[in-house]
Design a binder for this molecule. Structure first.
Ligand code: NDP
Ligand code: MG
Length: 392
């Protein structure tokens, strides 16, 4: 029996993870579930999965959850705060941690799981983008098993040799990162200027949380994933190429020096990478419908439009710049996406805020978690005040 903590249980990835777990009650049991704002949803999950702990962000949320659980006679113990998140991510009683909190808030608890040597299923790409060097160093030191959940990285992981240590020694030439192109594929910058949060969040192929949905619409998500791939697979940014593939069936590919190209295909449903990582190196049923190639009939591939989607170019440049450029990029993007969702800035101003924030900071080496957090805070401050000026 594998015991599992889900950081971010009430989100899109969290819910899909519980769906897979529920299909295999003989293999997996839930140790802890965590949430931020959706307390009623967390209470329902606790009733169904009976975890030892449930963690929320503050004392008020903990009191509400406690009351809901008491009503239904659920014995789950309620904790709150970042330390509690770290505790349930590193407790001796937990084997596997699904890191599915969105954004920078996921970094510290995910690192706690890594440092404790847990099997870590990484959905929270922002943790790796903002602190990739420290994160991968912690993985090497603890010897933890790190498995990617992001569908593209999970696909690449499946297409690499099992003893993969470096691109050069494994004959890998390029990682080809699939991108659906998002809801605005084929649009010009001018056409995107006045799109609403609802339009941006209506992804044609994947059903996801609002932050990553906006990232997918700007293609910043692909930029963050490019950086994520560099860290996970120890390749330079030049070895990662983005391929727009609107059907979202080929989840990514690995091109080898002998001309072979390996790909992983499947229906666009996150339960596939989640089940793959949960069961790895075995396979389990995920609930995802079989891929019907005759139904799909054709697969298209095209180059990304870097003019219409400047976020991809900005993220590539940050990946090449190194230092804390990716930390700044991630922080500015989180602030800008929230401002767009709050209808304070236009969709196309997200790229402007990120670019201006990067231009406004002096790059440094993020050698400790404190320095990463300093860069993150400084970038948030800069982008917040830039947004205030835009609003005037
Ligand atoms: P959601 O917004 O759906 O869920 C986010 C989860 O994090 C929720 O449980 C939320 O709690 C919790 N949370 C939010 N803010 C905080 C905070 N400050 N402290 C603690 N917990 C918090 O996001 P997704 O599930 O879509 O994405 C999760 C991560 O996985 C992201 O990093 C995303 O990039 C990545 N990912 C997602 C994919 C997808 O298909 N959804 C695909 C690939 C990667 P609550 O809901 O209670 O407020
Ligand atoms: Mg992805």
């Amino acid at each position: 029996m594998q015991t599992i903590t889900i950081l971010g249980a009430t989100g899109s990835i969290g819910v899909s993870t519980l769906d897979v777990i529920a299909r295999h009650a003989d293999k997996y049991s839930v140790f802890a579930l965590t949430a931020h704002s959706q307390i009623t949803a967390l209470a329902l999950q606790c009733r169904q999965f009976n975890p030892k702990y449930a963690v929320v962000s503050d004392a008020a949320a903990a009191a509400s959850l406690q009351a809901l659980l008491a009503e239904s006679g659920c014995a789950t113990e309620v904790l709150w705060g970042v330390e509690a998140l770290c505790q349930v991510a590193s407790d001796d009683g937990v084997d596997t941690v699904m890191a599915a909190i969105v954004g920078a808030a996921g970094l510290v608890p995910t690192l706690a799981a890594v440092q404790a040597g847990k099997k870590v299923l990484l959905a929270n790409k922002e943790a790796l983008v903002m602190a990739g060097g420290l994160f991968m160093q912690a993985v090497a030191e603890s010897g933890c098993v790190l498995l990617p959940i992001d569908s593209e990285h999970n696909a690449i992981f499946q297409c690499l040799p099992t003893d993969y240590s470096s691109a050069v020694s494994s004959g890998v030439k390029k990682l080809l990162l699939s991108a659906s192109g998002g809801p605005f594929r084929g649009w010009s910058l001018e056409q995107m200027r006045s799109v609403s949060p609802e339009q941006a969040c209506a992804h044609p192929k994947w059903s996801m949380g609002r932050k990553i949905s906006v990232d997918s619409a700007t293609l910043m998500n692909k930029g963050l994933e490019l950086i994520e791939a560099c860290w996970l697979f120890a390749v330079p940014a030049q070895a990662v190429e983005v391929v727009v593939h609107p059907q979202s069936i080929v989840h990514s590919l690995v091109q080898y020096t002998d001309g072979s190209v390996l790909a992983e295909l499947g229906n666009p449903d996150m339960r596939t990478p989640i089940a793959q990582a949960l069961a790895w190196p075995q396979r389990i049923e995920s609930g995802v419908a079989d891929l019907d190639l005759f139904d799909i009939a054709r697969l298209d591939f095209e180059q990304p439009d870097m003019q219409a989607f400047p976020c991809l170019a900005i993220a590539s440049a940050a990946a090449r710049a190194g230092g804390d450029a990716a930390t700044i990029l991630n922080a500015a993007n989180e602030v800008a996406v929230q401002a767009f969702l709050d209808q304070r800035i236009e969709f196309t101003q997200i790229a402007e805020v990120v670019e201006q924030t990067l231009n406004g900071q002096v790059l440094s080496e993020p050698e400790s978690l404190e320095l990463v957090q300093q860069s993150d805070s400084a970038a948030r401050l800069y982008s917040s005040s830039y947004i205030k000026r835009l609003e005037k």
